[in-house]
Design a protein around this ligand. Structure first.
Ligand code: SAM
Length: 268
């Protein structure tokens, strides 16, 4: 998706990018078109964009949708958006996406965004808690985060983020995006990922909180054996009876293993 500099958009228009808000604005028309093609918005979709910024995705989304919600924290950018778009077309939710009640926008919600990288992991967990209200999500993230999201057991990137998101969503790595596609360019590579909530029938952990507790404990010290990291939750004999070697490490367990662990004991 690398383009000659002359082909890039020049959207900063007097705005000084704020590092604390993770402001790296998309300026690559090829990448913007690829993201729009992946989202494939339809006029009546209920769609919310996190961090519209200077509108790189907002404008082409609005060209295809009857109405769009955006959540933006930067007051200067909110003022710009207000000047450019009528409230009948664009609902601006001023504030922190981490505190936003996504359920308030109803069911079948589509969520998109070129996310501020400093809040991307907590934001993914926040959204996972609202998964039943979502139709799908498309996010630009730091490539290293996407690697962790899609990682399989045994891979070095496999961890709590992989298990917790793969439990709730089918994940698809869509495109890689280099730093030059942004202004200012970030120090890291980026990638776009799609998350589609799994059907309810696939969510077989009887108690999602117990499941989360086990996953968190298992990965709390990833080099330690499960008989240590899970010692407050399972005895060695219990692990063995489930076919899980107490000397194994969390990275060896599949999603199914974690669900099996969550469903034993006092939950039978
Ligand atoms: N969508 C624009 C683009 O692609 O060029 C801007 C993307 S920029 C990486 C991230 C955007 O998220 C900025 O507009 C920033 O102000 C906004 N932002 C940062 N932290 C936020 C938060 N906690 N809640 C909502 N928006 C936030």
């Amino acid at each position: 998706m690398k383009k000659h500099a002359a082909a890039m958009l020049a959207p900063l228009a007097g705005h000084t990018p704020r590092k604390r808000f993770g402001q790296n604005f998309l300026v690559d028309p090829g990448v913007i078109a690829a993201i729009l093609a992946a989202i494939d918005p339809r006029p009546q979709d209920v769609l919310v964009e996190i961090g519209p910024g200077l509108g790189a995705l907002t404008e082409p989304l609005l060209a295809r949708l009857a109405h769009l919600h955006v959540i933006e924290i930067d007051r200067d950018l909110i003022e710009r958006l207000k000047k450019r778009h009528a409230p009948e077309r664009l609902s601006i939710h001023a504030g922190d996406a981490l505190a936003f009640d996504f359920a308030s926008l109803g069911a079948n919600l589509r969520v998109v965004g070129n996310l501020p990288y400093n809040i991307s992991t907590p934001l993914l967990f926040h959204l996972a808690a609202h998964a039943e209200h979502l139709r799908d999500m498309h996010f630009m993230l730091q490539k290293e985060v996407v690697e962790r999201m899609v990682a399989a057991p045994g891979e070095s990137a496999y961890g709590r983020l992989s298990v917790m998101l793969q439990y709730r969503f089918a994940l698809e790595w869509l495109i890689d995006v280099p730093p030059e596609s942004f202004d200012p360019p970030p120090k890291v590579q980026s990638a776009v990922v799609r998350l589609v909530p799994k059907p309810k029938a696939a969510l077989t952990a009887r108690d999602p909180e117990r499941f989360a507790q086990i996953v968190t404990a298992a990965f709390s010290q990833r080099r330690k054996m499960l008989r240590n990291t899970l010692k407050d939750l399972f005895g060695e004999a219990e692990l063995e009876s489930l076919g899980i070697p107490p000397t194994a490490r969390a990275e060896a367990l599949s999603l199914t293993d974690f669900v099996r662990l969550a469903n034993v004991g006092r939950y039978i």
